[in-house]
Design a protein around this ligand. Structure first.
Ligand code: AMP
Ligand code: MN
Ligand code: MN
Ligand code: MN
Length: 286
């Protein structure tokens, strides 16, 4: 079961990806993905489309979402898998989490104008598929388009991140809220790409401990955001904290994302994959 080409993390144009849920399903299928989940940021509006497209293609599917959380003054992402996408409590929580994005986007644009990047709000909006979900990725695409950087990776080194122009501090959901919404909707909460947060070992220990105390059950081990050393490190953390292991590319766009759908190493056979605990939640085609 560990040696399954599961890809349980990616984004459509319902959040900050560029492909539709239907195009992503087809790309996943074409790349040999055997179990797929669409995990748009703070939004489940693409779930029914993704599920229908996957079913039509013969691709087993799990519902998914990636929730923005503020923990220890930093943004942490919590992936939810296998929940009921129509659960009212989850939908309301996500709507509240999305709510501040519009205001934040205007503040980001104002700060970018200060360093000479003009028209960023309107420019970013042209990349937005869902007006409820304007994200830093949309700004990054506009900054590339307007010639200030040559690729989005460079944008996040020079702009939009802590201490750089265009960074606007924001308060997202609380850890316990995000885990609670996912769990109450029948799903499993997973810490997304823990290697990306730049936490000290103490902060990381606090994140894992509090996540577990709130009922969180999984952690991403193999993700497009981790190095090979981090695959090993977070496999160890999964064992230490007795967490289920997940795997996902975090694919956003062709030519932009480093790792394509389904193009990751397998999980180690010594881990318990999250999909084992979600077998009853997998939508099987046919
Ligand atoms: P937001 O939710 O609006 O804060 O935007 C976060 C998104 O920006 C992430 O989901 C990524 O898609 C993108 N992002 C953040 N940091 C980086 C980075 N260093 N390199 C590439 N993309 C990034
Ligand atoms: Mn993203
Ligand atoms: Mn993320
Ligand atoms: Mn993601």
């Amino acid at each position: 079961m560990a040696f399954l080409n599961a890809d349980l993390h990616c984004h459509s144009n319902v959040s900050d990806g560029t492909l539709t849920p239907e195009d992503l399903a087809a790309r996943a299928r074409g790349n040999g993905v055997e179990l797929w989940s669409l995990t748009d940021h703070d939004e489940v509006g693409g779930q029914h489309r993704a599920r229908s497209a996957a079913t039509a293609l013969g691709l087993p599917f799990l519902s998914g979402v990636e929730i923005s959380v503020t923990f220890a003054d930093k943004t942490v992402h919590i992936v939810g898998l296998g929940f009921d996408p129509d659960h009212e409590g989850l939908r309301q929580g996500l709507a509240d989490t999305r709510g501040g994005r519009e205001r934040r986007a205007r503040d980001i644009a104002a700060d970018l104008a200060r360093v000479g990047i003009r028209g960023a709000y309107e420019g970013a909006l042209r990349y937005v598929g869902n007006p409820d979900l304007i994200s830093r990725t949309h700004f990054a695409r506009y900054i590339v388009e307007s010639g200030h950087c040559s690729e989005t990776r460079e944008v996040f080194q020079r702009y939009l991140t802590e201490g750089k122009p265009g960074f606007v501090p924001h308060s997202w959901a609380r850890l316990g809220e995000a885990v609670g919404w996912i769990t109450q909707a029948g799903g499993i909460a997973v810490i997304a790409h823990p290697g990306r947060y730049g936490f000290t070992p103490n902060e990381e220990y606090a994140l894992f401990s509090e996540f577990k105390a709130h009922g969180g059950l999984g952690v991403e081990v193999v993700t497009g955001s981790h190095t090979e050393a981090e695959y090993v490190r977070y496999a160890d953390m999964a064992r230490e904290f007795d967490l289920l292991a997940s795997r996902g590319s975090d694919f956003h766009a062709p030519g932009e994302s480093r790792v394509d759908l389904g193009a990751l190493p397998y999980l180690s056979g010594t881990l318990t994959p999250v999909w084992e605990a979600l077998a009853h939640r997998i939508v099987q085609p046919g």
